[in-house]
Ligand binder design. Structure first.
Ligand code: G6P
Length: 611
């Protein structure tokens, strides 16, 4: 949700910033802009994607050794040139970029208007910038002090980066709630929302914490808290390769990420699952095993696709561990005064580890004494850091806005955690335990089999791409997969789609069924098979078009469905890892067939760092 990047050092800043913005575009692409600082401070910005900004700057003098850039996901003010970042202060002395939301901006704006300030944009960012400038003028202080004073009055979440025309050798940045990484080079510094713009220059990074202020020169990094005390930066080494964030010959990141799943699931299992010894090694879980085995209740807290992973995990944990599970939208959980006890375990699921709603839900639960277990993909992210313990999903960077490989990695990790807890608690017998370890172990190979179906799914997509609506139905473990399938289609192809429990469709959605409505059944062989066969009959009787994801050799549904996708047989408990993949491919190919930018679907952002 908004990508920010900055550079100070001996190199030309603009090419570094531009490349960084392209890597961060998954965070928002409503507009973009750069500010370059040398003897003067130049700001260029434009509605639309980074490529449009780049085109508009051809032929301009972009020489500078310090600068910053922003790619926006609009919150305050529609996407246009005026609302694009960087914003300039009233005097023109300062420029600022911002990721987050200033909640009390209206009050600050009124105060400033009364003092005679005029605003050229509708953004909260311009308000904060002028508020800082006003403090600087009134207190006759330096920018650093003005920022510190201003931030004490700000309510909301932010990462801000400021340039001051009068100090061309300094960049000032601050963080609360939104992510900020500093890359430390030799006589140069980089700043960004994540490490992707930085890794080709340096692997030494510092993750800035909330309420911290960074004052950067080419050869100096000073980190302070808002009380003006110096802090010692904790320098970490990045474990990330450049290839992991490039398309590697695929047309889109989304397709690359779908095809990476045999490897990502393997990476997720690697070093943890040992089928011969019958062990699952997960240090974060082992160290807190009593918390989990003795939990009164588990609450899964997440958003979007991660929430769907939580729903699958609800079925798995209740079945294997016999612990009551609730699955909560993080945004609703936080604001409805939930009942939380110290014996509760919160499992926070997040690809990015930066989703604002999930972060505030965790904070709320922590206040009430709950134990927080993070299931997170991005190493070192905010959720990973605020959780009491956790397990990384190890899916590698996910850049396509629609989540794919992160989902199957989440399912893999959550299944391992449930198995570990069940074994410790004694709620699973050894035969079933060993069988499920074997099932997980076989997943990478089975996923490879599913991916061989991409061509037939592409053909299917061509046939259904003009549908106006679609219904996705599943039962049991496959019900959340139906929700995920519908979400993928909405995100990528803009076709209205709904996911439902297959039996529940009789209570409403069946009214939509006619010969034009494609109904996708996630109907692999499981304990609900006979029931879902009846549901398919009910749709066929009303002339709906049935596309079924089935288990290989299921002749019953093969004969009934208009189209089917047959995937390898697996235990029902792990079937979602396989059945999710045809959902991803179908949405992908429909989106491509309709000519959409599937990596950057309209209005969406990958990392939603505003509540
Ligand atoms: C955004 C993304 C989704 C993602 C959701 C939760 O909406 O577009 O793909 O599922 O955020 O993100 P998280 O990083 O917490 O899993």
């Amino acid at each position: 949700m908004c990508g920010i990047v900055a550079y100070i050092g001996p190199r030309e800043a603009y090419p570094i910033i531009l490349k960084g913005l392209k890597r961060l575009e998954y965070r928002g692409y409503d507009s973009s802009g750069v500010a370059l600082l040398d003897n003067d401070l130049r700001v260029y910005k434009k509605k639309g994607k980074v490529a449009e900004l780049e085109d508009s700057l051809v032929g301009k003098d972009l020489h500078a050794h310090a600068g910053m850039g922003h790619t926006r996901w609009a919150t305050h003010g529609e996407p246009n040139d005026r609302n694009a970042h960087p914003h300039s202060s009233s005097s023109g002395r300062l420029a600022m970029i911002h990721n987050g939301i200033i909640e009390n901006y209206a009050q600050l704006k009124n105060e400033l208007i009364r003092k005679g300030y005029k605003f050229v944009s509708d953004t909260d960012t311009e308000v904060l910038l002028n508020f800082i400038e006003d403090i600087q003028k009134n207190n006759n202080c330096g920018l650093e002090e003005a920022v510190r004073i201003a931030l004490k009055r700000v309510v909301g979440a932010y990462v801000i980066i400021l340039l001051d025309k009068e100090s061309p050798d300094t960049i000032i940045a601050a963080r609360k709630g939104s992510p900020l990484v500093i890359g430390i080079g030799k006589g140069e510094h980089f700043l960004a929302s994540d490490a992707s713009p930085i890794i080709e220059y340096t692997k030494e990074v510092v993750y800035v914490n909330d309420y911290e202020l960074a004052i950067l020169k080419a050869d100096e990094l000073i980190l302070k808290n808002l009380g003006n005390e110096k802090l010692t930066p904790y320098v970490q080494s990045l474990d990330l390769e450049l290839a992991a964030i490039e398309k590697g010959g695929y047309d889109h990141f989304m397709l690359k990420e779908i095809f990476e799943q045999p490897d990502t699931i393997f990476d997720c299992l690697r070093g943890r699952l040992d089928v011969t010894k019958g062990t699952i090694t997960m240090a974060g879980i082992q160290q807190n095993i009593e918390r989990l085995t003795k939990a009164n209740r588990i609450i899964m807290v997440a958003c979007g696709t991660s929430w769907h992973a939580g729903l699958v995990a609800e079925y798995i944990f209740e079945e294997l561990c016999r612990i009551p599970v609730e699955v909560e939208y993080a945004s609703e959980f936080r604001y409805r005064n939930p009942v939380i006890h110290p014996g509760d375990v919160i499992i926070a699921i997040s690809q990015s580890g930066e989703t604002a709603d999930t972060i505030v839900a965790i904070e709320k639960a922590k206040e009430n004494g709950a134990f927080i277990l993070g299931v997170v993909n991005v190493v070192g992210s905010s959720i990973a850091r605020i959780s009491n313990a956790g397990a990384y999903t190890h899916a590698g960077p996910e850049i396509g806005v629609a989540s794919t490989k992160a989902f199957t990695a989440q399912l893999t990790v959550l299944t391992m955690i449930a198995l570990k807890v069940a074994k410790e608690k004694g709620t699973i017998d050894n035969t079933r335990y060993m069988q499920l370890l074997g099932e997980l172990h076989s997943m990478p190979e089975k996923v490879k089999e599913v991916l061989k179906l991409s061509k037939p799914i592409e053909k299917l997509a061509a046939r259904y791409k003009d549908a106006a609506d679609a219904l996705y139905l599943g039962r049991g473990y496959n019900f959340p997969v139906a929700l995920e399938g519908a979400l993928k289609l909405k995100e990528i192809s803009y076709i209205h789609a709904e996911g439902y429990p297959a039996a529940e469709m009789k209570h409403g959605p069946i009214a939509l069924v006619d010969e034009h409505l494609p109904v996708v059944f996630v109907a692999t062989k499981d304990s609900y098979h006979e029931k879902i066969v009846s549901n398919i009959q009910e749709i066929k009787a009303r002339k709906g078009k049935v596309i079924a994801v089935i288990t290989q050799g299921d002749e019953i549904i093969e004969k009934m469905a208009d189209d089917y996708i047959a995937i390898p047989e697996s235990d029902e408990l792990v079937a979602p890892i396989l059945s999710a993949i045809p959902m991803q491919l179908l949405a992908y190919y429909i989106g491509v067939a309709k000519g959409y930018d599937v990596d950057k679907p309209r209005n969406l952002a990958k990392s939603v760092t505003v509540e």
